[in-house]
Design a protein around this ligand. Structure first.
Ligand code: PLP
Length: 437
């Protein structure tokens, strides 16, 4: 502790001490759910943020306020509530556009989440632009959401899906990407900005630039990036960028497809129905312009408004501060877990990753690890995390994943490390047990 009462640790990535007293801990009180207990009365330690984060009161209030005060269907009604709802829904779109540094709100399509956004690109852009003999290039680190839609596209068109393998230290070198682009000449390179298992942060701008040199269109899965770092679609220069609201303190059921306007303009609508048309006759239809063309049916109005509140909330705190806080927690977790005999961290060192630490304990199934941790109040995720090809490439069937967000504390990280150490001692075969530190 310092004279000011701040807790200091020596685990900074640049080896200088980092203040972990929880500059951000004051925000914990904003999240009602964090004060509950689980199991037999243990305080909740929520380390499952890569799956879904929790929501602050301002987001819950924004959604409630929408339903209590002005909800009506958007765009169609000539009455006060519909006009208010429409105005708030479109304001949310503008907030997302500003958040991503997009050129225009027309480039922002609201959809159900990252999965829905990628499927929209596969069905719309894919069906219109991909044919037999074409290649879609992805990395082995992709979430199933960025694999299965391309397999489905391959079934429809006869195209191929090729994977860039993992390189050294759970990363992929630019040279590997360049080689794969040269070899496969893909029509599309679709890759994850931050792996939801390894935590590895890939160099998005460099890869986009390499892909464009090979005339590939680029989709970036920013599901694990947008909640934690500034996403500037103009600086990235990616053609499509997708993320989910529920991983950035927003509601479930809403996500964002960003696409460059000229690409979206040229793409046919994917879902057909109300709201996405300009005119319908008995013989056909004329689609609406952007962004309505891709938003068939009644959109997730309150969810978009909740997402706007979430984006304002994290932006006010500052994504750089959030990222620095998570990195500090990740550094301590990564180092602490690596020191435990029989525990293997699956991912690069903390200097190359965001706030995600996946690990395995020798001879203990990840489901047992998660279940045991739950008895101490710690919520982590266990399994393949929707990355079966990655796990297969790593020779693993599952991992346990701890993932951090702005409201986690250094104390929680130490509790995790202690609980894993105890678990390893309890479950490890006696010959391999080590003295408890
Ligand atoms: C990297 C990545 N991509 C895609 C997804 C799918 O997101 P959603 O389930 O919100 O569609 C996830 C969810 O965990 C993810 O981590």
């Amino acid at each position: 502790m310092t004279s000011s009462g701040k807790q200091i640790t020596d685990c900074g990535t640049d080896q200088r001490p980092i203040d972990l007293s929880g500059e951000l801990a004051k925000y914990r009180d904003d999240f009602p759910i964090l004060s509950r207990t689980v199991s037999s009365g243990e305080p909740l330690i929520f380390l499952d943020n890569a799956a879904s984060t929790q929501r602050p009161r301002v987001v819950i209030d924004a959604i409630s306020q929408c339903y209590e005060e002005y909800y009506a269907n958007v765009h169609r009604g000539i009455h006060t509530l519909s006009e208010e709802s429409t105005q708030r829904y479109e304001r949310a779109r503008k907030t997302v556009a500003d958040f991503l540094h997009a050129d225009s709100p027309k480039e922002i399509i609201f959809c159900a989440g990252t999965t829905a956004a990628i499927n929209t690109v596969a069905r719309s852009w894919g069906d219109a632009n991909i044919g037999a003999g074409d290649t879609i290039l992805v990395t082995i680190a992709e979430h199933h959401a960025n694999i299965v839609p391309w397999h489905q596209l391959a079934e429809r068109t006869g195209c191929k899906v090729e994977f860039i393998p993992l390189g050294e230290d759970y990363t992929i070198a630019d040279e590997q990407v360049a080689e794969a682009l040269e070899r496969w000449q893909p029509k599309l390179f679709s890759f994850v900005a931050t792996s939801n298992v390894l935590g590895t942060e890939f160099p998005v701008s460099r890869w986009v630039s390499l892909a464009h040199q090979h005339n590939a269109t680029v989709l970036v899965d920013a599901a694990q990036a947008a909640p934690h770092e500034e996403v500037d679609v103009r600086a990235w220069n990616a053609d499509f960028v997708v993320f989910s609201g529920h991983k950035i303190c927003g509601p479930g059921g809403i996500g964002v497809l960003y696409g460059k306007e000229h690409l979206l303009e040229a793409m046919p609508p994917f879902l057909g129905g109300g709201a996405m048309i300009h005119r319908v006759t008995t013989s056909g239809f004329e689609p609406a312009g952007l962004p309505e063309k891709f938003e068939a049916g009644t959109p997730p109005i309150a969810d978009a408004i909740g997402l706007e509140a979430a984006i304002s909330y994290v932006s006010e705190i500052g994504l750089e501060r959030i990222a620095a806080h998570e990195r500090a927690l990740c550094h301590v977790a990564d180092r602490g877990l690596r020191e435990i005999d029989g525990v293997r961290v699956i991912g690069p060192g903390p200097e190359k990753k965001g706030g995600i630490v996946s690990f395995v304990i020798d001879r203990v199934h990840s489901h047992d690890v998660a279940q045991q941790l739950d008895t101490t109040g710690i919520a982590v995720r266990a399994g393949h995390h929707c990355t079966m090809p990655l796990h297969k490439a790593l020779g693993l069937s599952s991992t346990t994943r701890a993932s951090f967000y702005l409201y986690n504390t250094i104390d929680e990280v130490h509790r995790l490390i202690d609980a894993v150490r105890e678990l390893q001692v309890k479950f490890a075969p006696s010959g391999r047990r080590r003295r408890r530190r």
